[in-house]
Write a protein that binds this ligand. Structure first.
Ligand SMILES: [Zn+2]
Ligand SMILES: [Zn+2]
Length: 365
C-alpha cells in the first residue's frame, strides 16, 4: 500500500498555453477535499475539465495527442504495472457527491479549488504559476474562509512578489488586506511540516535550471520537493524544471538531493519520482535550455542508484515523466521520449517503470 495520490492537473512543458505543470498531492485514500499542489500551471479551469471528462468513461480511454492521430489510446502512455485511475481520487469525489449531489461542474470544481490549501512552487516561470495567478481573485474571495499559502524557496518568492503581484502584471493581492493569499518561505534542505497533512515533511532542494536568456552566465534555479510521510516512512520526489549539475558545470545541487534521499529514505520506501524530460534524445545539448533529456534523466537515476550502493536499489520504482515540450513532428514526442527512456534504462540495467504524466489521471505511489 502506497502513501501518496497525485492527480495531474497539467503536465505540458509548453510552449503552447493551457494545462502546464500542476500536480495535486494528497495522502492515499484521504477523505474530504483538502489538497496541496506542486506548482500552479493549471487550476480551476482544468479541474472543471477533468470533472466533466471523467463522467464519460469512453472518452477517458483516449488521450488528446494532435500528432499521428488526434486521439491516442491511453494505455501507451503508462507502464503496465503503474497504479492509475481516471479523474480525481474516488475518495475525493465521494466527499464531493455527498455534499453537492445536484450541483453543476463549475460548482463542484470550485469546491475542489477551494480545497487547495497550499502551493509549493518550484520556480516562477509562467508555465509553473500561470493559473495560480489568474485564479488568485477566487482565492481572495470572502467566501474562501482560510485562503491559500504559497510556499517556495526565497528566490522564487521574491520573483513572485516583485514581478507578478506588483499591480502592473497582476493586482497585488498579497498585500490587499484580505490576508487570504500569503507567501511563506522555505529553507533549502530543511524539512517543513505540512500543515494540511501534518504526517508529511516536505523538504525543498534548490537545483539548476540553465541560464538567463539575456544575461551571460546568470544562473536560473528551480526546486525539487521530497515528500516524506513520517507514519509510513515512505517518500515521493516531485520535481519542477531542472538539469543535472554537470550540464552547466554548476555546484553540486541535485547531487545533494540524491545524497539526502539515499541516506534518509530506506530502499523500497522511495515510492516514486515525478520528473521532467522536456525534449527527446535528438535535441542538441545547447537546445535543452536547462531541462532534462532522456540521457540526462537516466544518468541521474543511475547516480541515485549508485548512491544507494545497491544495484537493485531502484528496482520497480515508478518514474512519472512530465513537461514534454510541444513540437511540430510526426509522432507524439511523449511517446518518443518514453521509448527512448526505456531503451536507455535497459542499457544501464536500470529496472524502473516509466509512465507519462497525463492531465486528468490520478497516480498512486
Ligand atoms: Zn517549465
Ligand atoms: Zn522553467
Amino acid at each position: 500500500m502506497g502513501s501518496f495520490e497525485v492527480t495531474i492537473l497539467g503536465a505540458s512543458g509548453g510552449p503552447d498555453g493551457g494545462a502546464t505543470q500542476c500536480f495535486m498531492v494528497r495522502p492515499m485514500g484521504c477523505r474530504g477535499l483538502r489538497s496541496i499542489c506542486v506548482d500552479g500551471g493549471a487550476g480551476f479551469g482544468e479541474i472543471s475539465q477533468i470533472l466533466a471528462r471523467s463522467k464519460d468513461s469512453c472518452k477517458s480511454e483516449l488521450l488528446e495527442s494532435f500528432y499521428a492521430n488526434d486521439f491516442e489510446p491511453a494505455g501507451q502512455f503508462f507502464d503496465d504495472k503503474a497504479s492509475i485511475s481516471v479523474g480525481f481520487p474516488q475518495c475525493m469525489i465521494g466527499s464531493l457527491e455527498h455534499a453537492l449531489e445536484k450541483q453543476n461542474t463549475f460548482t463542484k470544481a470550485m469546491e475542489i479549488y477551494m480545497g487547495v490549501k497550499e502551493y509549493y512552487i518550484t520556480h516562477a516561470h509562467l508555465d509553473h504559476i500561470g493559473a495560480m495567478v489568474l485564479n488568485s481573485p477566487l482565492a481572495c474571495d470572502a467566501n474562501n474562509e482560510d485562503g491559500k499559502l504559497i510556499y517556495a524557496l526565497p528566490f522564487t518568492l521574491q520573483a513572485i512578489e516583485k514581478h507578478i503581484f506588483n499591480d502592473v502584471i497582476w493586482p497585488d493581492l498579497l498585500h490587499c488586506g484580505s490576508n487570504r493569499l500569503k507567501l511563506s518561505r522555505l529553507t533549502d534542505g530543511i524539512p517543513h511540516v505540512c500543515t494540511v497533512f501534518p504526517q508529511w515533511d516536505i523538504i525543498p532542494f534548490k537545483v539548476h535550471h540553465g541560464f538567463s536568456a539575456s544575461i551571460v552566465d546568470k544562473r536560473v534555479y528551480s526546486t525539487v520537493y521530497l515528500f516524506s510521510d513520517r507514519t509510513t516512512k515512505q517518500a515521493l520526489l516531485v520535481c519542477g524544471d531542472l538539469e543535472p549539475d554537470s550540464a552547466s558545470d554548476g555546484e553540486p545541487l541535485l547531487e545533494k538531493a540524491w545524497e539526502y534521499i539515499a541516506k534518509r529514505v530506506t530502499r523500497g520506501n522511495l515510492r516514486g519520482i515525478i520528473i521532467e524530460c522536456s525534449s527527446s534524445a535528438s535535441t542538441p545539448k545547447h537546445e535543452l535550455y536547462g531541462h532534462m533529456s532522456p540521457a540526462y534523466l537516466v544518468g541521474q537515476l543511475s547516480r541515485l542508484r549508485e548512491m544507494y550502493g545497491d544495484p537493485n536499489a531502484l528496482a520497480g520504482l515508478n518514474v512519472l515523466v512530465t513537461h514534454v515540450k510541444t513540437i511540430i513532428s510526426e509522432k507524439d514526442p511523449r511517446l518518443v521520449i518514453l521509448q527512448e527512456l526505456r531503451e536507455a534504462a535497459l542499457q544501464e540495467r536500470l529496472d524502473v517503470r516509466f509512465s507519462m504524466a497525463v492531465q486528468g489521471y490520478t497516480f498512486s505511489f
